[in-house]
Structure formats: C-alpha cells, structure tokens
Design a protein around this ligand. Sequence first.
Ligand SMILES: Nc1ncnc2c1ncn2[C@@H]1O[C@H](COP(=O)(O)OP(=O)(O)OP(=O)(O)O)[C@@H](O)[C@H]1O
Ligand SMILES: Nc1ncnc2c1ncn2[C@@H]1O[C@H](COP(=O)(O)OP(=O)(O)OP(=O)(O)O)[C@@H](O)[C@H]1O
Ligand SMILES: [Mg+2]
Ligand SMILES: [Mg+2]
Lengths: 165, 165, 165, 165
Amino acid sequence: AQAKFLETFEKIRQNFIETFKSLFDSGDECDLKLEENVDPLEAGIDIIAKPRGKRPTSIHLLSGGEKTLTATALLFAIYLVKPSPFCILDEVDAPLDDANIDRFTRIIRKFADNTQFIVVTHNKRTMEAANALYGVTMEEEGVSKLVTVRFNQGSQVQSAAVVSG
Amino acid sequence: AQAKFLETFEKIRQNFIETFKSLFDSGDECDLKLEENVDPLEAGIDIIAKPRGKRPTSIHLLSGGEKTLTATALLFAIYLVKPSPFCILDEVDAPLDDANIDRFTRIIRKFADNTQFIVVTHNKRTMEAANALYGVTMEEEGVSKLVTVRFNQGSQVQSAAVVSG
Amino acid sequence: MYLSKLEIIGFKSFAQKVNLSFDSGISAIVGPNGCGKTNIVDAIRWVLGEQRYSALRSEKMEDVIFNGTKSRKPLGMAEASLVIENNKGILPSEYTQVTVGRRVYRSGESEYLLNKVPCRLKDILDLFMDTGMGADAYSVIELKMVETILSDRTEERRRLFEEAA
Amino acid sequence: MYLSKLEIIGFKSFAQKVNLSFDSGISAIVGPNGCGKTNIVDAIRWVLGEQRYSALRSEKMEDVIFNGTKSRKPLGMAEASLVIENNKGILPSEYTQVTVGRRVYRSGESEYLLNKVPCRLKDILDLFMDTGMGADAYSVIELKMVETILSDRTEERRRLFEEAA
Ligand SMILES: Nc1ncnc2c1ncn2[C@@H]1O[C@H](COP(=O)(O)OP(=O)(O)OP(=O)(O)O)[C@@H](O)[C@H]1O
Ligand SMILES: Nc1ncnc2c1ncn2[C@@H]1O[C@H](COP(=O)(O)OP(=O)(O)OP(=O)(O)O)[C@@H](O)[C@H]1O
Ligand SMILES: [Mg+2]
Ligand SMILES: [Mg+2]
C-alpha cells in the first residue's frame, strides 16, 4: 500500500509541475512535498507554489485568483492519474481575471483531444472557447428549461442573449 | 445579556427581510428563526430563503449565486445594526450573473448616502456603478503599484484597459 | 468515449423533461443564477451512481425530486438517463452505446437501469470500475474543491490523493 | 465620516510607497489576479488595529513585511497610515482629520501612531469603539464570509450575530 501511494504521489507531483507551468509561466516554480520523517501513509502533503517571481512562504499568502489556478493545476494533476473520459468544471473560472481565463481555456483545449469537457460558466471568454453552448433558463418560476443561445456581433460572444428556442 | 441578544437578533431579522427583498423581489419570502425550546444564548439560527416562488427545504438547495445573494443580504443586515462609516467588499460579486450584479449595485448605491463603499472587483458592471476606479498592477514582478484606468467607448466600461499612470 | 445524451425529468428543478445532446468537444452550460446549471451536473453524478446525498447538496434521497412551486405540485418521481458512446470499447460491453438510467420515488424506492433493463446499483458501479468514470472520480471539479484542497486540514488533502491511488 | 487617504509602504507586495485618495462615494479597486487588491484591504484592517494575523492571511507578524523577489531584497519594516475625515464629529477628537499609523519591524516590534504621535494600540482601538469601525466589525465583507455564514456549523453563525450585539 505504501509503495502504491508513493508511486501515485510521484505521478501526481510530475503532473502538477507540468500543469502548473502551463497555467502560470514556464519559469514559475512549484512542488509537492510529503512531510518528512513521518510514515508516508500518514504524512501531510505540502503545496509549494511560486508564481511569477514571488516568494510566498505559504500558499495562503497567494491571491484568490492565484490560489484557484494552483488548486486547479493540482486537481487536474490528480485527475490525470486515472483520467475519466469526461470532466465537468462548475464555475471554477469565477475568481479568474481575463488573462488567466485565457490560460485556463488553453489548457482545456490541450486536454480536449482525449477528454470531453462540460464547463458551467458565466464568463464570456470561457464561452468563446467552447464548441457548443447550452442555455438553461427558468421562464416559468422554479422550472428549468433549455434554450438556444444567441450572440451579438457574429461569432464573438459580446453578451450571450438567451432567447427562447 | 439574553435581552440584548434577542433585541439585536430582532433588528438583524428585520434588516434581513428588508435587504433580501431588495436583492431578490419584493414578493420573495425569507426569515431568520431561533431554534425553539433552547436557551436563546445557545440556540442555533436558521436561515429561510425562498427566492422567486421556489420552495427549497434548506438554503443548501439554493444555487451558488442565490446563496451568495442571501448571505450578502444577511451580512448587510448584521452590518446595519452597528453601521461602520465605511464598508469594503472584496469580490463578493464573483458568483453573480448580470441581473444580480445590477441588484447588488443598486443596493450599494442605496446605502452609499451614509456609507463609503470600497469594492474590489473584476466585474465590468460593478465598475460602472463606482464613482472612482483605482487600478492596481505589478509592472515589476512581485511589486504592486497604482495605475490610471481607462475605458473604451466613452464612459461605458467595455474593457478596463489598465495603462501606466 | 464520451457522454452523448442526457435526459432529465422530475429531478430537482426539471419538472418538465429536458434533453441535452453533447458532442465530444468542449460544451459550455450557461444561464442566470439559480436556473438549473449545477442541477444538470448533479443529475450526471446521480445517474452514474453517486450515493452521497451531500455531494448533491441534499440531505435525504427525496430532496432530488421536484418539490413543487406556487403553481405546480411536487412530483412523485425523479428520473435521469445518460447515453455513453462506447466508441473506444473502454466499457466492458459489446454495445457501441450504453444507456444508464436511475429513478427514485418519494417512498425512497430506487430503480437502476442498464440499456433500459432493470439492474442493481452494483451493476452500474461495476461497469465504470477502472474507467476512471465512477461517480467519486475527479470527473467533477467545482470551486468548493479548490477550498478543500488548499485548506490546512491535512486529512482532506490526503483523502483526495488516496482516492486517486 | 470617511477614509480619505491611505499610504502603504513595505506592507506585503507594496515594496514601493503607494498613495490612494478616496472620496466619500463608491470606489472600485481593480486589476489582475495577484496584483495587490486584497493586500490593500489587509492594509486598511491592519492599520485599524487588526490583531488576528489569520484575518490577514498571515501566520505570523512578519509575514506582512515585503519579503523580497528575484530582483529585490526583503524589507525590514512595513508601514501604513490612514487619514479619516471626521466631518460629522463621530470620532471622540476635536480634529476634523484623524491620521492613524502603524509600523512593524522584522524584530516583531510594533509602533502605533495617532496624528503622527506615538501611542498604544489601545488608544487606536478606543478611538474607534462605538463607531462600528473596529477592525473586527462588519466593515469588510469577503466571499469566505459567505461560506461561513451559510455553513451548518451553528457556532460560526452565532458568533457573527453575537459580535453585533
Ligand atoms: N427538489 C427540487 N425541486 C425544485 N427545485 C429545486 C430542487 N432542488 C433544487 N431546486 C432549485 O434549483 C435551484 C438551483 O439550481 P442550480 O444550483 O442548478 O443553479 P445554477 O444554475 O447552478 O446557478 P448558479 O449560477 O447560481 O450557480 C435552486 O433555486 C433550488 O431551489
Ligand atoms: N509579505 C509579502 N511580500 C511580498 N509579496 C507578498 C507578501 N504577502 C503577499 N504577497 C503577494 O501578494 C500577492 C497577493 O496579492 P492580493 O491578494 O492582494 O491579490 P489580489 O489583487 O487580491 O488578486 P485576486 O484578484 O486574485 O484576488 C501574492 O502573489 C503574494 O505572493
Ligand atoms: Mg451553480
Ligand atoms: Mg483578492
């Protein structure tokens, strides 16, 4: 059991370093460390993340958006060990600014060859990265229905005007 | 102490009902209940929120945006008991859709006569409700500085292009 | 392998039947707060065998059945069915398409279906074993998990790692 | 009464001096993820006497001092000063403007200033007593509080109510 855990941990660690560098910059450092001198099956797991030249002494000093991106890199890293054919993301892009949304969608597009993504979002840029949009609305109070989603100005999502369909 | 707590609780409850109705619709129901048959100084506090004709059996069934709006109404309600001259909101608008952002800014504008608001946000609509914008950026890695914020297309915030100032 | 069709009726806010057809690319689900987007995510987890009602924001089984509005009575049953394209032969089945279905009644009684034939929950869970597609896999990533994985509570983070091992 | 001027130097990411002038209306602080917006909020809480380092996302006092980057050495002191307009005479002071200052050194030593004159932390906390402006008041609302107030942990919610009483 210990061997299996250490093997999995190492895979997650490698995935994390690679995913983190795609979401931040290739120059940024990060690592995953097992608490030392403790039984690996009991040890705590430390996340070290140093985006863009910063030297935070712990991930708690990172900003809301930086934490979300770091956690997303780690959740993807774990996901990649035993990848499911599909991955659903529910509004994980909410704390991200425009530049980070672009990095987020870029990494999704990179994985999309082998994974079907279903992304719930309020963000126009994320919507622009999708192949298909599904609009949900409650025309009648308390009852959900699907609608066609239209965009203004050609294919660019200026404001997703959700109309009955 | 019990009398003071019950008096404060009732004030919060009234504020909550009023604030909730401004953030949702005047037809929507909500309430705050003290756990019955328990010493008021130990009793749990139940939040009942029924936006738009829905009948959720607990606030946990509400959506992400509805929970945020309900919690914001309650946090404002508590705030109004002993209002500070200023109120800082840090990205509480992140889970809200466009329609709810408008309600959120409307209630802030209503309180703004007596309260100075400082709102940290990524949202263009929230920015449009502000009197003044302060841009922060890190031109040099890891070092924060202030910048002038410019908008495209006159006074409407199409995209806050943050330029050196 | 990908999810191609989801049919929901009576599940949470889906009082009327709703049909979603997905392709294998990136799909975005959009709409206002509280309209039912996360409920769709819940329906997918539920039909794949999710047994922890807390993961579906519910306290008991019947919370997922449409519980009525001012103008509609509660329903007596919730049902969802999901079509999975088995184009890479990953699922242990000769079929190129596998349909998974689930129903729950107010009485608490549950039904499970595989290709429209009643089966046990175990049959559905066995089908997905080793595909990474079990309901407890990393297939769903939401903001709450970002908080959990970054939290200082070592057991939370360890648990996520161990589930991947 | 409102905050009119905030000066920060050496505090968190503000390696260089930064000056913000606010008016009494609604101000929005904007910028990319990680650029320093929440650090500004932290600085305001800190200068008003916040003693709980966890509320500033720090583990110890010296975490708030600029800790250096690849191209800059760490600094030895953090300082913030806040000018408050006492236009309604709410503060127990004859001055129409009150300036509150705070410094912390790597040694752990702290200094507090009132109108540029050294004072004790107690003098600052006393000044704000009953104005609703104490550092632990509801003056700062962030997304994490939304989670807390909605959580099922009764003590958390009660604590927020009791602090208002
Ligand atoms: N059993 C049920 N019967 C009827 N309505 C329900 C039931 N369970 C949940 N709902 C309603 O569904 C709504 C929540 O929908 P959902 O969580 O999918 O919203 P959402 O689209 O994800 O919104 P957000 O953008 O705010 O996250 C709530 O208003 C809730 O009252
Ligand atoms: N003592 C310190 N010295 C130097 N940098 C620090 C210090 N403490 C925090 N930081 C840095 O400040 C940054 C966080 O800034 P802040 O939390 O203000 O971001 P933000 O603008 O609120 O971003 P977001 O939109 O993502 O919430 C982090 O990258 C962190 O490394
Ligand atoms: Mg949701
Ligand atoms: Mg922040």
